[in-house]
Design a protein around this ligand. Structure first.
Ligand code: ADP
Ligand code: 5GP
Length: 208
């Protein structure tokens, strides 16, 4: 049975813990490939070009769009973010699941272009805990935190477009929920059509 790779889109409010979950998930399970996005924002302390993001100029980003090098892109709090096409297509063709940690506008573009993608939305256990995590991360000014909370209010209106929500209460539990959803997605009939057709053919043969 040849297993096809699935695009897994992971969105959620800034500070909900998407990055933390993805890091723990890929450390525990080595079958997932994490797409590295291009962005025009500046690196945060500790971030490396090519690891967290490809940090590019506005001109370089626009060139990527023109060359059709991105499978989706969106503006988020004054900067552009986009998913490079080649990595995703190479992994899918090799049967590997690819995780895109992207915001909601990009997620909806992916759903349109790749209807087979699975969309997950990571939620904090409460809004207060979201603020605590954003403040605790200590990477943004109060002004940026305010912008991110405003954005969270807007994004909360789009949650129903997703296939699943994942509550990030206890990190290890959230990681298992994500892994469980992806494993289940591999077992839908539509993702196993060749196998189903093959069994049908075998049954016909045997019943002759
Ligand atoms: P996002 O990628 O969604 O913006 P991060 O992964 O950077 O969020 O997490 C935001 C902050 O919350 C970080 O300081 C992280 O350590 C913390 N955090 C993430 N998951 C949990 C959790 N399950 N419990 C407590 N703190 C968490
Ligand atoms: P941050 O600046 O905190 O790293 O990311 C800001 C937002 O941009 C997050 O919601 C993150 O998921 C989203 N993001 C990161 N990469 C991409 C991308 O390639 N495309 C889109 N549409 N959003 C992205």
């Amino acid at each position: 049975m040849n297993r096809k790779g699935i695009i897994i889109v992971v969105s959620g409010f800034s500070g909900a813990g998407k990055g933390t979950i993805m890091k723990a998930l890929t450390a525990k399970y080595d079958q997932y490939a994490l797409s590295v996005s291009a962005t025009t924002r500046d690196p945060r302390p500790g971030e490396e070009n090519g690891r967290e993001y490809f940090f590019v100029s506005n001109e370089e980003f626009e060139k990527l769009i023109q060359e059709d090098g991105l499978i989706e892109h969106a503006g988020y709090v004054d900067h552009y973010y986009g998913t490079p096409r080649k990595f995703v297509e190479d992994k899918l063709n090799a049967g590997i699941d690819v995780i895109l940690e992207i915001e909601i506008q990009g997620a909806l573009q992916i759903k349109k272009r790749y209807p087979d993608a699975v969309l997950l939305f990571v939620m904090p256990p409460s809004a207060k805990e979201l603020v605590n995590r954003l403040k605790g991360r200590g990477t943004e000014t109060d002004e940026v935190i305010k912008m991110r909370l405003d954005r969270a209010c807007e994004e909360s209106e789009g949650i129903e477009n997703y296939d699943y929500i994942v509550v990030n209460d206890v990190l290890e539990d959230a990681v298992e929920r994500v892994h469980g959803i992806i494993c289940a997605a591999h077992n839908t009939p539509s993702r196993n059509q060749n196998f189903i057709d093959d069994i049908r053919k075998q049954l016909l043969e045997l019943s002759k």
